[in-house]
Design a protein around this ligand. Structure first.
Ligand SMILES: NC(=O)c1ccc[n+]([C@@H]2O[C@H](COP(=O)([O-])OP(=O)(O)OC[C@H]3O[C@@H](n4cnc5c(N)ncnc54)[C@H](O)[C@@H]3O)[C@@H](O)[C@H]2O)c1
Length: 354
């Protein structure tokens, strides 16, 4: 298949591209604007792969996107491009509305024009796969409640509201124009190449520098963590075997309180990085509780039984095995982290071909 991936220079998109090139015969075109979150260094291992191409483009630029579609003739589009950080959406929602809502609209329209020009067989086989989040469902109150594919939408932050809006647009393009769409809503991802502003990499890198490990409120928020490579495998299953018009929830059965995530990282660092910065006796002493985020959801947890039952996908990693791999990866790849932290990743457009 020829697959166009939007947002392929981001955390999940780059994991998906590495997975596709290493484990399938598909051709990949990565369409990415390269915002602060786009990092071509995450794709250095595949930058010269004969089945990989990169195009720097904003999804909102409908004519340019349409021209790229006409030229590449994708059989599937996997749409991951988004503004994705909740804290940034609280400080400045505008980019979230632009990219996540208006950008998804522009991409849908470019896709619809391209798709309508295909022959009947190609039209039938085509897939538009929209990658979304469990945050569209709001938060859970009962200890045993889980998000299912039919849980009503109740987003809390500008980020999750913009993703909810994009999900609605994608569904409407199927109902109204018959565009063959698939939607996945996934829980919190973690793993290699995660941007250092997110909880897990932030805690690892701050701990190694002897800096405070910030925990919102009392740290009791519960998230259901999924190793990013498990997510990439799930996305491939859905785009190739999913039923048109369906939504699939993806989760790792790994519910953890934020404070326990931070403590687990500290314990792994005690073992894997025992030479601590000056003045630090135990990494845990760096834990610092900070004022809670406004509108902070307490608990997210996914019921992933539909994708397990219908498509046979199950996560390969537990939180313990995935977190160990992640901490070890950061310890082995401090250069990648430093390039993000000092901004040099944005100057070196490694692998940029268009
Ligand atoms: N990270 C998670 O835990 C998680 C969980 C569930 C769903 N998701 C969803 O998965 C997708 C990918 O998440 P991520 O964590 O990899 O995000 P990310 O922020 O790491 O990457 C986003 C990518 O999109 C690109 N981009 C942003 N605006 C663009 C635009 N206007 N045009 C083209 N490219 C643009 C960025 O340059 C970047 O490469 C998002 O849609 C997100 O909502 C993320």
């Amino acid at each position: 298949m020829r697959i166009l991936i939007t947002g392929g220079a981001g955390f999940i998109g780059s994991a998906l591209i590495r997975h596709l090139l290493q484990n399938t015969e598909h051709q990949v075109l990565n369409l990415d604007k390269l915002t602060y979150a786009g990092n071509l260094e995450s794709l250095a291992s595949v930058a010269n792969h004969p089945r990989y191409r990169f195009a720097q483009l904003d999804i909102i630029d409908q004519p340019q996107v349409r021209a790229l579609l006409d030229e590449f003739q994708p059989e599937a589009i996997m749409h991951l491009a988004a503004e994705s950080h909740v804290d940034r959406s609280i400080d400045g929602p505008s980019a979230f509305i632009q990219t996540n809502i208006v950008g998804t609209y522009a991409l849908l329209e470019a896709t619809r024009g391209y798709w309508q020009g295909l022959n009947e067989a190609a039209k039938q086989a085509f897939r538009f796969h929209h990658i979304s989040t469990d945050e569209v469902y709001g938060d859970l109150h009962g200890a045993d409640d889980l998000f299912t594919e039919t849980t009503p939408y109740a987003p809390s932050s500008p980020y999750s509201a913009s993703k909810a809006a994009s999900d609605h647009l994608v569904r409407a393009w199927q109902r109204t124009y018959n565009l063959p769409v698939l939607i996945t809503n996934c829980s919190n991802n973690y793993g290699p190449f995660h941007f250092p502003e997110k909880l897990i990499p932030l805690v690892i890198l701050n701990a190694l520098d002897g800096k405070p490990l910030p925990v919102y409120g009392n740290g009791a928020q519960i998230r259901d963590w999924l190793f990013v490579e498990d997510h990439a495998r799930a996305l491939l299953k859905v785009v190739t075997e999913g039923k048109v018009g369906e939504t699939y929830n993806i989760g790792g059965h790994n519910e953890q309180q934020n404070i326990d995530v931070v403590r687990s990282i500290c314990a792994l660092l005690e073992e894997l990085a025992p030479n601590k910065p000056a003045g630090v006796e135990r990494y845990e002493q760096l834990i610092t509780f900070v004022k809670d985020r406004p509108g902070h959801d307490l608990r997210y947890a996914i019921d992933a039984s539909k994708i397990e039952r219908e498509l046979g996908w199950v996560p390969a990693e537990t939180f313990a095995t995935g977190l160990r791999k992640t901490v070890q990866w950061y310890l082995n790849n401090l250069d990648w982290c430093r390039h993000v932290q000092d901004g040099s990743y944005q100057r070196e457009r490694l692998g940029a071909t268009e």
